[in-house]
Design a protein around this ligand. Structure first.
Ligand code: C5P
Length: 397
């Protein structure tokens, strides 16, 4: 059972079952997850933030008004960071506040600001759980997409016996594991190119571009979260590889092409790399001297990796990117057809746009459809794009 590299935001609300959150944190980390803990004020009466800090390895957040924490990792960043929110225990009060859409403490604010799937492990006295108000709140939350884990039945801390016990930590971990392993890309192999390429001119100089690799890395993470086996063929970037993703480091376009061909066949190929269109015809064996006032370097065209993948008889579902400064849609549609792609994600580039930025906005085109993904953090966009791709990849012959 693995949650390798998954970002789990663990919310703890005020109930006696909060004492089990320490074991839950350990079990989540044992399964490979990264855990960030947010407690309600009520929860701190049952268990101390210090305990959860020690077990999660990160400072625990309680207040929305904590300047130091907001400066380190703001609540919106935390909401984006999460691959899933697990609230355990979820008290009757917390469920009521969530159902009402309130944002009157840090945890409820995060829940409103987060697009990741939400799991609730209710824990309360059996009469509270059976109360029509609680039932209605639970139903509302489920209708909006939250998953209720439990509660179980048995003896309760209040001395009664009945339905309302929080599920055991290992059962909760098992549920999360199931969620991630039956994702929409489960059983699919995905190859993604990312980052810039570096084309050597001589032993110390090269031609490259401003691509940071962020979009490709975010897509690798989102594809992994959707259950795929992911190979990330990456040009030079400063980014860490998402856990559980196989990264192959390359420098030049030719090396990237070679690594991609080695990684095939696959079910889905996404070309996010900003592959240099040209490379030096000849790489000078020694450092070029500044002898003359002008210097001409002959460039030759690099192979188009994306088009080559799409032209194979065993072609995967093939997705390209089009970074353009003008006539965005015309160029993107032209590339979709010319390179025989199944889908293309177009984004505007230029001063302060897309390249080397945490945010982006995409227009996604396929043969008979179009979808705008408005400006958002690249991790959020990646999740949306993977959903869009997953809806279509299954129809691909
Ligand atoms: O034609 P253009 O370079 O604008 O196409 C961009 C798309 O093609 C991107 O998905 C990029 O990763 C891919 N590409 C490639 N190999 C190249 C050039 C671009 O895979 N040599």
């Amino acid at each position: 059972m693995t949650l390798s590299g998954k970002h789990i935001l663990l919310g703890i609300s005020g109930g006696i079952a909060a004492y089990k959150a320490s074991d839950l944190t350990r079990r989540l980390r044992d399964a490979g997850a990264e855990v960030r803990v947010v407690m309600t004020e009520g929860a701190t009466h049952f268990i101390t933030p210090l305990t959860l800090q020690a077990l999660s390895g990160h400072p625990v957040r309680v207040s929305l008004w904590d300047e130091e924490h907001e400066a380190a990792m703001g609540h919106i960043e935390l909401a984006r960071w999460a691959d899933a929110i697990l609230i355990a225990p979820a008290s009757a009060d917390l469920m009521a506040r969530l159902a009402a859409g309130m944002a009157n403490d840090l945890l409820t604010t995060l829940c409103l600001a987060c697009e990741a799937p939400m799991f609730l492990a209710p824990a309360m006295n059996r009469v509270m759980w059976a109360h029509p108000a609680t039932r209605a709140n639970a139903a509302t939350l489920q209708e909006r997409g939250a998953t209720l884990l439990g509660p179980g039945a048995g003896s309760q801390a209040c001395g009664e016996t009945g339905e309302g016990r929080m599920l055991e930590p290992l059962d909760l971990v098992e549920h999360l594991h199931k969620h991630f392993s039956i994702g929409p890309l489960a059983g699919k192999k995905v190859v993604i190119t990312a980052g810039p390429t570096r084309e050597a001119i001589d032993p110390v100089r090269y031609i490259s571009n401003r691509s940071s690799g962020r979009m490709g890395y975010a897509l690798a993470e989102a594809a992994r979260n959707a259950g795929a086996e992911v190979v990330l063929v990456s040009g030079p970037t400063a980014l860490p590889a998402p856990a559980g993703v196989q990264r192959i480091d390359v420098e030049s376009a030719l090396a990237m092409r070679e690594a991609v061909m080695q990684a095939l066949p696959c079910d889905l190929f996404i070309g996010t790399a900003a592959v240099a269109d040209y490379r030096a015809a000849v790489i000078a064996p020694g450092k070029i001297k500044k002898a003359s006032d002008t210097l001409a370097i002959e460039l030759v065209k690099n192979p188009d990796i994306l088009a080559e993948v799409a032209a194979r008889p065993d072609r995967p579902f093939t997705v390209g990117f089009a970074a353009e400064t003008d006539h965005l849609l015309d160029h993107a549609r032209d590339k979709l057809v010319r390179k025989h792609l199944d889908m293309i994600a177009a984004n505007r580039v230029g001063e302060g746009l897309a390249f080397d930025q945490p945010d982006n906005a995409l227009t996604v085109l396929w043969r008979d459809g179009i979808k705008e993904l408005p400006q958002a953090d690249k991790r959020v966009l990646a999740r949306q794009l993977i959903e869009l791709i997953a809806d279509r990849v299954h129809d691909h012959a």
